[in-house]
Design a protein around this ligand. Structure first.
Ligand SMILES: [Zn+2]
Length: 302
């Protein structure tokens, strides 16, 4: 939920602050199509015929910092049709979990499965524009593979980072996002670093860390099978709590999803470049070509 922390007292309802912060998420933003332009680096091949069949390898640039990186995006839920959704699959700790669990939903019935799917698609477009190869776990707003199949796909992708997207079924009074990593973490703790970097990127976009779980927006957990099965550095982001009436009411708004996607994009860039996301932002006059800087910088609510 985009609630300004500084403006929100513990006992107050967050409506006014939520709307003020929501304004930070809104505004014109051209959502990329995800279609990368063809590489323009063929000069050497034209000069040297012997190299004509080996196109020059694209290298990361300020505009395309994620060239050479693979990101696996798993919009959670979306069960397979039929009985398969009821089978038990490994949980990564020697036990089993259901292939799929029910998605949460807002009071008005907007489903978590659709919310995270649409957000992931926007995020995928941003990341592809920045040069990344993006693999999505599903291509349907409401259906997808079993939990275990997603984990296998993540491992198969060889992703540099896997991001699982959820919207929590939290307590009605709770709000805000949290980023979960496995507990114990992976051997190199890359998942912990990634969780904090993504947490920082969301907070920098004025999104509010969870009021009800984790520590300042990060949660170490042994409970999430997605984190235990993936085989690549993985974080699980609970973007919001649809059970909260105010936060839930915002989620069907496409501009809100775009705001979440931009914040996640900043976080992924931060993780995969190991630099602050701001380092990848272009000069102001380049913002029409590059989505990174479109909404960033010294934005202050009017
Ligand atoms: Zn969920």
């Amino acid at each position: 939920m985009p609630i300004l922390r500084s403006a929100l007292g513990r006992d107050r309802r967050p409506a006014a602050a939520g709307l003020a912060a929501l304004a930070l998420l809104l505004g014109a933003c051209t959502i990329p199509t995800g279609d990368d332009p063809p590489s323009a680096s063929a000069t050497e091949e034209q000069v040297d015929p012997s190299a004509a069949e080996e196109p020059a390898e694209e290298v990361p640039t300020a505009e395309r910092p994620l060239v050479g990186k693979t990101v696996f995006l798993d919009p959670a839920h979306g069960a397979p049709d039929g009985l398969e959704s009821e089978v038990e699959v490994p949980d990564g700790h020697g036990g089993t979990v259901p292939c799929a669990v029910d998605a949460s939903a807002t009071e008005a019935g907007y489903g978590e499965d659709e919310f995270v799917y649409e957000t992931a698609r926007i995020l995928a477009g941003h990341l592809r524009e920045l040069g990344a190869t993006v693999v999505l776990s599903r291509e349907d707003p409401h259906a997808g593979p079993c939990l275990h199949g997603r984990a296998e796909a993540a491992a198969e992708s060889g992703a540099d980072l896997a991001v699982v997207l959820h919207a929590d079924a939290g307590p009605e009074a709770g709000f805000g996002f949290h980023v979960a990593h496995a507990d114990p973490p992976a051997d190199d703790a890359a998942d912990v670093d990634a969780a904090w970097a993504i947490r920082d990127a969301l907070a920098d976009r004025q999104l509010t860390p969870s009021s009800y779980t984790g520590q300042d927006g990060v949660l170490a957990t042994a409970e999430a099978a997605e984190l235990n099965l993936a085989g690549v550095p993985t974080v699980l982001v609970q973007l919001a709590n649809p059970a909260n009436t105010i936060e839930g009411a915002l989620l069907p708004d496409p501009t809100v999803r775009s705001g979440y996607a931009r914040a996640l994009r900043d976080g992924v860039v931060a993780v995969l470049t190991a630099e602050p996301a701001a380092a990848a932002e272009p000069a102001p006059d380049a913002e029409s070509q590059d989505p990174v800087g479109a909404e960033s910088g010294d934005s202050t609510p009017d």
